[in-house]
Design a protein around this ligand. Structure first.
Ligand code: SAM
Ligand code: PRE
Length: 243
């Protein structure tokens, strides 16, 4: 059900509706994210590698805004030797339903607690790794500080937050260049100019990107001690913040 090609914005819409993670998106999500986010497969693989290094026994591993559970699956595969419960959360019913099917097929339903919920209001248990893989950008900016602070408080010493985001740049020319290069990446992956522009309208005021400096300051203020950007391509990056 979820391996179809993304053609959602291929035909002209009179009015482009706000982007939402509904059934239509779920059906094409693996194709959409792979063709829209530069380096997405690498980022997923490396989340597994980071889990192998940072997962501490008897602490939780969180996948927050898990969509179909790609990061959960990568973390589970590389931490089989440790008693770390995995908790995967998303506030889209359609995503959670399909994630349940996929985790079942992968034989992971026992190990993973899949929860429908809002990550900006949920309570966190002591964790050694939390992943926000392209999720924070969809959370209201006014709620971001409190979420990151609560996550930092729940993270055990030596534990990490992996934060992947689309970013903006303070310098207008650089912002334009990186945005153009991202659009060239999408075009090279088969998206038309119409698809690119309609998707962009749909994401307006839904995906609210911030600069790397804003992310860095928020993380340091929340109590993370070190921040390492370990992946960047055009206007997409992933960092790890160490508690
Ligand atoms: C771009 S997708 C994340 C991709 C996923 N982490 C992965 O690696 O494949 C963003 C996800 O965040 C979820 N989301 C957005 N706001 C949320 C919130 N407040 N609480 C929980 N999930 C949220 C969306 O439903 C969507 O599934
Ligand atoms: O398609 C775009 O232009 C995006 O900004 C990418 C992005 C993301 O960063 O999450 C936006 C929504 C979809 O979930 C997939 C990818």
């Amino acid at each position: 059900m979820s391996d179809q090609q993304d053609r959602i914005y291929a035909t002209a819409h009179d009015q482009v509706a706000r982007f939402s993670f509904d059934d239509t998106v779920v059906r094409v999500f693996p194709d959409m994210i792979r063709r829209s986010v530069p380096g997405y497969p690498t980022i997923i693989d490396m989340i597994g590698v980071l889990a192998a290094r940072y997962a501490q026994p008897d602490t939780v591993l969180y996948d927050l805004g898990c969509s179909l559970g790609a990061a959960t699956t990568a973390m589970a595969a590389l931490t089989r030797d440790r008693a770390c419960p995995l908790i995967a959360v998303d506030n889209s019913e359609a995503m959670i339903r399909q994630a349940g099917t996929l985790l079942e097929e992968a034989g992971l339903r026992e190990r993973v607690s899949l929860q429908l919920g809002d990550v900006s209001t949920m309570a966190f248990e002591p964790c050694s790794m939390a992943v926000l893989n392209f999720t924070l950008q969809f959370i209201e900016p006014a709620r971001r500080d409190a979420l990151i602070r609560r996550l930092a408080e729940a993270t055990v010493p030596g534990g990490i937050l992996v934060l992947s985001e689309k970013i903006t740049f303070a310098d207008a020319a650089e912002n334009q260049l990186q945005t153009d290069l991202h659009h060239a990446f999408k075009r090279n992956n088969g998206y038309s100019d119409l698809e690119i522009s309609q998707k962009r309208s749909a994401l307006e005021n839904v995906l609210i990107a911030e600069t790397l400096d804003v992310h860095r300051e928020r993380l340091l203020k929340a109590g993370y001690r070190h921040i390492h950007v370990w992946f960047r391509c055009f206007n997409f990056m992933s960092l790890m913040a160490v508690r």
